[in-house]
Design a protein around this ligand. Structure first.
Ligand code: NAP
Ligand code: ZN
Length: 353
């Protein structure tokens, strides 16, 4: 019997999310069924629910920072058992055999593209996938993560499934470690995890922010200082000095002031996906110091597990504000105003069954 599942969905770009019930499939032989306990609220949920990227399929149940308890497993599942804690991030499927998938970089799947946890093509139902703003999910075991943090930390572990891996992966890829000078642009959900993880990797970290009031938090999270990104004099004191800058900003903005902070061969990596494009960067600032502007997309499943284990070993979790599911639209409005410290997490016990 498919499981009746209760959650919240966006039914249009301009209307508030509302209660929505639907069915999840019975676990197939390779599936893990999870009762969702907590789900983080990513800015990508907002972009999607409000149709800012185009392509949203309604009704849309967002949510890709999922933690919960395994309630059933299929007959072929050996790595999870009923009662285990488990996590699901941004992907629930991919082709499994293209060069990117075989390299463990499923997010770059070259045949079908990765199947998003929400708003993706669901090959079992023939419809589209529904995400973690719901009380139950069924996912192929290859896309389920093990949680080794203690159970009490679970709400604050949820954001690692997207904000954690989206910052960990580029920090690793661009070889951040002791001796690196790293900038994090935007102190929101992704940004605050970027600070914690880069500091734990041994880097010297600075935050670039539009919110001067976040300075004490930036330092508490592990940054050496917060620099107000509109303060040209403060930026100038750091010109040509950064090895790596990670830009997590969810809105269109000028990249040139950050490019100017990079050393020769330094890289500015974009992970924020604004609704409207950034103004075109100045070419001279790139070529005269062989600087690069790059992008990065979440991280593969094996790397997501590595990140969860790294965070568990280093005692890292997100700073969270718990909300009821019926507070989601207020949370989105606050997110647009950069008023989040630093990730909203939905307590799924507040979903009416
Ligand atoms: P968030 O919690 O809302 O944080 C974004 C931060 O950006 C804000 O807290 C704010 O920090 C800064 N900001 C916002 N508006 C700004 C503006 N107009 N100008 C300058 N700075 C501004 O969002 P998030 O969940 O971290 O997500 C950030 C972006 O990453 C979103 O676009 C999301 O879709 C994207 N994302 C990408 C991936 C990927 O794989 N590449 C994965 C997940 C999310 P300050 O107050 O410090 O300025
Ligand atoms: Zn996300």
């Amino acid at each position: 019997m498919p499981t009746q599942t209760h959650g919240y969905a966006a039914h249009a770009a301009t209307t508030p999310l509302a209660p929505f019930s639907f069915e999840r499939r019975d676990p197939l032989p390779g599936d893990v069924a999870i009762d969702i306990l907590f789900c983080g609220v990513c800015h990508s949920d907002l972009h999607t629910a409000r149709g800012e990227w185009g392509g949203t399929i309604y009704p849309c149940v967002p949510g890709h920072e999922i933690v919960g308890r395994v309630s059933a497993v299929g007959s072929d599942v050996t790595t999870f058992k009923v009662g285990d804690l488990a996590g699901v991030g941004c992907m629930v499927d991919s082709c499994g055999h293209c060069p990117s998938c075989t390299d463990g970089e499923e997010q770059f799947c070259e045949t079908t593209g990765f199947v998003g946890t929400y708003n993706g093509p669901d090959k079992e139902s023939g419809g589209h996938t529904f995400g973690g703003y719901s009380d139950h999910i069924v996912v192929d075991q290859g896309f389920v993560l093990k949680i080794s943090h203690e159970e009490g930390a679970l709400p604050a572990v949820a954001p690692l499934l997207c904000a954690g891996i989206t910052t960990y992966s580029p920090l690793r890829h661009w070889k951040v470690g002791p001796g690196s000078k790293v900038g994090i642009v935007g102190l929101g959900g992704l940004g605050h995890m970027g600070v914690k993880i880069a500091a734990a990797m041994g880097a010297e970290v600075y935050v670039f922010s539009t919110s001067p009031g976040k300075r004490d938090d930036a330092k508490r999270l592990g940054a050496k200082d917060l620099i107000v990104s509109k303060d040209a004099d403060a930026l100038a004191t750091h010109a040509n000095s950064f090895d790596f800058i990670l830009d997590t900003v969810a809105a269109s903005h000028d990249l040139d002031p950050f490019v100017a902070l990079l050393k020769r061969d330094g890289t500015l990596t974009l992970v924020g996906v604004p609704e409207h494009p950034h103004p075109s960067p100045t070419v001279g600032a790139l070529i005269f110091k062989r600087r690069a502007i790059a992008g990065s997309l979440i991280g593969g499943i094996a790397e997501t597990q590595e990140m969860l284990d790294f965070c568990s070993e280093h005692d890292l979790v997100a700073d969270v504000e718990m909300i009821r599911i019926d507070e989601i639209d207020t949370a989105y409005d606050r997110m647009v105003k950069s008023d989040v410290k630093y990730r909203f997490v939905i307590d799924m016990a507040t979903v009416a069954g």
